[in-house]
Design a protein around this ligand. Structure first.
Ligand code: COA
Length: 176
């Protein structure tokens, strides 16, 4: 495989790599970010169908907006996951924003965080989202750096009771 890391729709082609990624998070006791990493995947076909449905607004819990999940691939390895909310609601405006992302623990510190956000911003632009909101815990220095490196402008920092932490809100304007 040539070329750099790329985004792809979730697929059974990378089932084993994806499962190994989830196990890596579990072994470290890490929170699953973005949240679709927590979707059950024992039945992989059902898992893929569920995620595809989420993008079309099917099977969403109350209060959830349609959202799309992308996998970051390096060769045949799933090294990151991102999730794009198609629009904001009152809750996402406070915490959550348009995009969530994570990099596989063993692949961090190699610029992939910066890359997955850059590529997911392209997906946001394709959906004509002209201003992207990102939220991030103030103590998550790596994530703040990823957002700043992608042109984020810090709007505010405020205590969010539901998260029990100070949350930063960043905006990124898309090129027309
Ligand atoms: C946040 C996360 C995606 C960063 O991924 P990554 O691949 O390690 O990030 P990169 O290698 O692209 O590094 C991006 C920047 O963060 C910096 N950085 C990386 N790890 C860092 C750390 N532990 N502390 C401080 N800065 C760090 C890098 O130096 C780089 O900054 P620079 O561009 O100024 O040099 C990754 O740590 C992760 O998956 N965390 C768990 C999930 C999460 O917190 N997601 C974000 C929710 S808002």
């Amino acid at each position: 495989m040539t070329g750099g890391p790329r985004l792809a729709a979730p697929s059974a082609a990378w089932k084993d790599s994806y499962r190994a990624y989830v196990k890596e998070l579990e072994a470290r006791g890490e929170e699953k970010i973005p949240f679709p990493l927590g979707f059950p995947n024992e039945n992989f076909a059902a898992f893929l169908a569920h995620m595809a449905g989420c993008g079309r607004g099917i099977g969403l819990p109350p209060g959830f907006v349609p959202h799309s999940t992308f996998w970051l691939l390096r060769g045949d390895e799933v090294v990151g996951v991102s999730n794009l909310r198609h629009r904001l609601n009152d809750q996402l405006l406070v915490e959550g924003g348009h995009i969530g992302y994570g990099i596989r623990p063993g692949a961090r510190g190699q610029g992939l965080g910066r890359e997955i956000l850059r590529l997911t911003l392209h997906e946001a632009a394709r959906r004509r989202i002209d201003r992207v909101l990102l939220t991030c815990a103030k103590d998550n220095a790596a994530s703040s750096a990823v957002i700043a490196r992608n042109g984020g402008q810090l709007e505010s920092e405020a205590w969010v009771e539901a998260r029990g932490r100070v949350v930063q809100r960043w905006w990124i304007g898309m090129e027309a």
